[in-house]
Design a protein around this ligand. Structure first.
Ligand SMILES: Cc1cc2nc3c(=O)[nH]c(=O)nc-3n(C[C@H](O)[C@H](O)[C@H](O)COP(=O)(O)OP(=O)(O)OC[C@H]3O[C@@H](n4cnc5c(N)ncnc54)[C@H](O)[C@@H]3O)c2cc1C
Length: 482
């Protein structure tokens, strides 16, 4: 045997123009955008399924969506220049292929006061004015100011949206009615939301609007996946990145859990800020000032019903017919990691069947999402975990009876997901739902050639995450190569 044959055979590392860590919406969108320009790109996903937090699973013979209450940023196809129409245009996806059912209305409930809003912002202005007549002019001025802001163009220093809103509106009820949805749909900061982030969320929820993918998340994810394949991008599943390779301060590639090394000029990571730092150097202590960990996580109860809640008795009619109900039973609204396993004083309820035309042939679903403490859900045995799921999901459904019918007698199936489920789907430490409270708008990390996309770049939700992937791909891969 020759010396050559004795030598260990290692295949030369494959080389790509770009690698994307994570096949959530941000990673898929980034991969498509890069592949559209003829570049060699692979999207590396540690799971078999793609979609990240917006994914799907089967239980009890039924298909469930994870993390889908509503699609924010909904606009009609004719409204150009908004995140949804930009995503569609930049990825060359047919708007109709998204198959969206816009909401009729949703509600925010603060300590008994109900604000009904729809995809026409005037309805919210009227209703907010009726709740606080002496503040209506201030409310109108706020909406006008926010409408005039062009997103992403003015990066401001971090400041408190709660304080800013209180200053402008002078009314705690109105402040809470705006904060409850904006915190629940995208704040990583406890008891508040950064003003910059608030402006983005206000646009996505109130100035644009809510819709539901008519057949759930699966067709939308299939659309993104087939678009990636069509453009020549690769989706490599079961490909967990365990290390970012670097030389002289520049990222050069990644190492996968099976030891495979892949090289690339640019790497985009949707793994999260703290998590990506760990991929650079797992030994280095975390820097809680520059890259603080998020503390907020959720527990979600998903009840499948034999009867539509609109046909049940009880509840406030505007809530029972809402696509989404955002609620807080305390004022001021408390949005922090609870000491207990779950905080039942606030939450979000989603009723898919209330989006006209969505899930028409399916059983009604009632989802309640509340804040949770990750630590309380770990280090316990399976029996305790199951008992906690039963106890807290019962509590969440009971809390919802303050403004919706009691759906418990009509349940045919219940599933519950906890902070540990979120960690499993996203890889985020401690099940943090919206990542680190400090976002990185330009995506830069300590390494040249390695950039953040998605949750920790600061754009959230299905459309926001896709927009983040596209804009970071444009800036750091496509513009850089021209
Ligand atoms: C309960 C809940 C409800 C929500 N409801 C809605 C909603 O109704 N509408 C809406 O628009 N948004 C909703 N969101 C928010 C939305 O899910 C997120 O904003 C969006 O999924 C973020 O996408 P992303 O691509 O940034 O990250 P993620 O979805 O977190 O995807 C990251 C991907 O990276 C993979 N990954 C991580 N680390 C590695 C690694 N080392 N190697 C390889 N792969 C890795 C993960 O497996 C994952 O697939 C909800 C979130 C939660 C928690």
């Amino acid at each position: 045997m020759s010396a050559n044959q004795d030598a260990p055979r290692t295949a030369p590392a494959e080389r790509y123009d770009a690698l994307v860590i994570g096949a959530g919406l941000s990673g898929l969108a980034a991969g498509i955008r890069i592949a559209m320009y003829g570049k060699r790109v692979a999207v590396l996903e540690k799971h078999y399924l793609w979609g990240g937090l917006n994914s799907f699973y089967k239980r009890g013979g039924r298909l469930f969506d994870t993390g889908l209450h509503a699609l924010t940023n909904y606009v009609d196809r004719r409204v150009s220049g908004k995140p949804l129409t930009r995503v569609v245009r930049q990825l060359r996806i047919g708007y109709d292929d998204l198959d969206l059912a816009p909401q009729s209305h949703s509600t925010v409930v603060s300590d008994g006061a109900v604000l009904r809003f729809s995809n026409q912002v005037d309805e919210m202005i009227e209703n907010a004015g009726a709740l606080a007549p002496s503040k209506k002019d201030r409310f109108v001025a706020l909406v006008e100011d926010l409408s005039a802001r062009r997103l992403g163009e003015e990066e401001e220093p971090e400041r408190s949206a709660r304080a800013e809103l209180m200053d402008r509106l002078g009314d705690e009820l109105l402040v809470d009615l705006l904060l409850i949805p904006c915190c629940y749909y995208g704040s990583a900061r406890e008891n508040d939301v950064d003003w910059d982030q608030f402006v983005i969320l206000f646009h996505s929820i109130f100035l644009e609007g809510l819709a539901m993918p008519r057949q759930g998340i699966r067709p939308l994810l299939d659309l993104f996946k087939s678009r990636l394949e069509e453009t020549g991008g690769e989706l490599r599943r079961h490909s967990e990145v365990v290390r970012v390779l670097a030389q002289d301060g520049r990222a050069t590639g990644v190492e996968l859990a099976d030891g495979t090394q892949l090289l690339a000029d640019t790497i985009l990571s949707s793994a999260g800020r703290v998590e990506t730092n760990r991929l650079i150097d797992p030994e280095r202590p975390e820097d809680p000032v520059r890259s603080p960990r998020g503390r907020l996580s959720f527990v979600e109860t998903i009840s499948v019903l034999d009867t539509d809640p609109r046909a049940m008795t009880g509840g406030h009619p505007d809530c029972t017919s809402s696509g989404v109900v955002f609620f807080s039973n305390s004022r001021p609204f408390r949005y922090e990691r609870p000491d207990a396993a779950v905080d039942l004083s606030s939450g979000v309820i989603s009723m898919t069947q209330n989006f006209p035309g969505a899930h028409a042939d399916k059983e009604p679903v009632f989802r309640v999402t509340c804040l949770a403490n990750h630590g309380r859900w770990t280090g316990i045995d399976g029996e305790t975990y199951d008992a906690m799921k039963r106890e807290w999901s019962d509590g969440a459904l009971a809390a919802a009876t303050a403004f919706c019918p009691d759906v418990r007698p009509h349940e045919v199936f219940r599933d519950v997901f906890t902070p540990t489920t979120i960690t499993r789907y996203t890889g985020h430490h401690e099940g943090t739902v919206y990542g680190s409270p400090r976002k990185v708008r330009d995506g830069r990390t300590e390494l040249d050639g390695l950039f953040l996309i998605g949750t920790d770049q600061g754009y959230l939700g299905i459309v926001g995450a896709a927009m983040s992937g596209i804009s970071m791909a444009n800036l750091h891969v496509l513009a850089a190569s021209n």
